[in-house]
Design a protein around this ligand. Structure first.
Ligand SMILES: [Zn+2]
Length: 375
């Protein structure tokens, strides 16, 4: 009899901890074109039926495809339509598989973070993009370690367009902003979320304060000074905010190098963030899923340095994440068992990304999410 680690029903007591012996009862089978004969099982505790497919990344699929070539094309700058043409697969199928990979990457990253403490300084800067319309630019603060460029967390805020506009653009902006409500205080919230994750992972210690490196954005000191961690500082637990002049050359010696580096990598590698592209994202929730997939694979799959040889194989390795966890991420991402959100401890922004709960300005209906992804 096949052994399953837990019952897939989130309401069952065996969902969190199942017996160590084989507990699932065989209950018939059915035939599928994609997987042949599939054996069904039943949980004796809650009577929910399921199959081995329930725990697989390809759960609910009618057309499984190898995920490695798809991931490689996505991470190397091909747009979704280019991938669709090259692999002769529909755009919907490509988007669906990337969504599954994104959730898997978020889950694996959060599992590693749950057992990680970082000792590096933290850089946070907002990546500037837009989804749907340039009248609704977005600020995507990304928290990462200063010396190992290990991405910790990211968030998102849509806001109004600023800067010079022609009279026609001003009229259009007025019309759009009259009918589109944007979240109040979104920029502050978007900065606070990755900052709190970073504070949890790299808390101030008696021998090293928590060092936050940012540019001179006026929101940042305001948010930082509103945190209880800022008010409750002691000589043993100090928080340091280091602001960097934005006109400093963007070299390796710039204290904000990690943020400048990740901005450049995103612009270079992701088709929908190239300059002047026509492949720009149309939906915030889908864009955040794909950006999370890119950033978390950057941590574990991308070499730390190419031009100058380094003792570290990846950014996660440079951040002192054990090599066995890094190789487990690489394997589990495309070939592992499906992760259940109820088993993960996600940060608020990662949870919003998983649930596709980011709101696209001007879009009135929430994004749909498969029922199994909510379990
Ligand atoms: Zn059960």
């Amino acid at each position: 009899m096949q052994h399953f680690p837990f019952c897939p029903n989130p309401a069952c007591v065996w969902h969190t901890q199942a017996p160590t012996t084989a507990w699932a009862h065989a209950k018939g089978s059915y035939h599928t074109k994609a997987f042949g004969r599939v054996q069904r099982y039943q949980c004796p505790r809650c009577h929910t039926t399921f199959s081995s497919q329930t725990f697989h990344l390809s759960y609910y699929l009618k057309h499984p495809i190898p995920l490695d070539p798809l991931l490689s094309r996505f991470l190397n700058g091909e747009s979704l339509r280019a991938i669709s043409r090259a692999l002769s697969l529909s755009l919907c199928l490509i988007s669906n598989r990337l969504e599954r990979l994104s959730r898997q990457a978020i889950g694996l990253h959060s599992r590693i973070l749950a057992h990680t403490r970082l000792s590096d300084d933290i850089c946070i800067d907002g990546f500037v993009a837009f989804e749907g319309s340039q009248f609704f630019p977005s600020d995507i603060p990304i928290a990462l370690t200063a010396h190992s460029q290990f991405v910790i967390d990211l968030s998102h805020a849509s806001h109004r367009r600023a800067g010079t506009m022609t009279p026609a653009q001003k009229m259009k902006a007025l019309r759009l902003y009259r009918y589109t409500a944007l979240e109040h205080g979104a920029l502050e919230r978007a900065f606070r979320e990755p900052l709190l994750t970073a504070l949890r992972l790299a808390p101030p210690r008696p021998d090293h304060p928590f060092v936050l490196i940012t540019d001179e954005n006026p929101h940042y000191p305001r948010v930082l000074s509103s945190l209880p961690q800022w008010h409750n500082q002691t000589p043993q637990h100090r928080l340091v905010h280091w602001t960097v002049w934005s006109k400093l050359p963007r070299t390796v010696s710039n204290p904000l190098f990690a943020s400048n580096y990740i901005d450049r990598e995103i612009r270079k590698d992701l088709a929908h963030y190239h300059r002047e592209t026509t492949c720009f994202p149309r939906n915030v929730a889908a864009a955040m899923l794909r950006l999370s997939l890119y950033l978390f694979t950057h941590n574990y799959l991308k070499p730390f340095r190419i031009a100058h040889p380094s003792p570290f194989s990846s950014h996660a390795h440079a951040a002192h994440i054990p090599l066995s966890w890094i190789s487990s991420f690489a394997h589990e991402l495309t070939c592992g068992t499906r992760l259940f959100v109820s088993h993960l401890s996600l940060s608020p922004s990662m949870h919003r990304t998983w649930m596709k709960a980011w709101k696209t300005p001007g879009k009135h209906h929430p994004d749909s999410i498969p029922r199994f992804a909510v379990a």
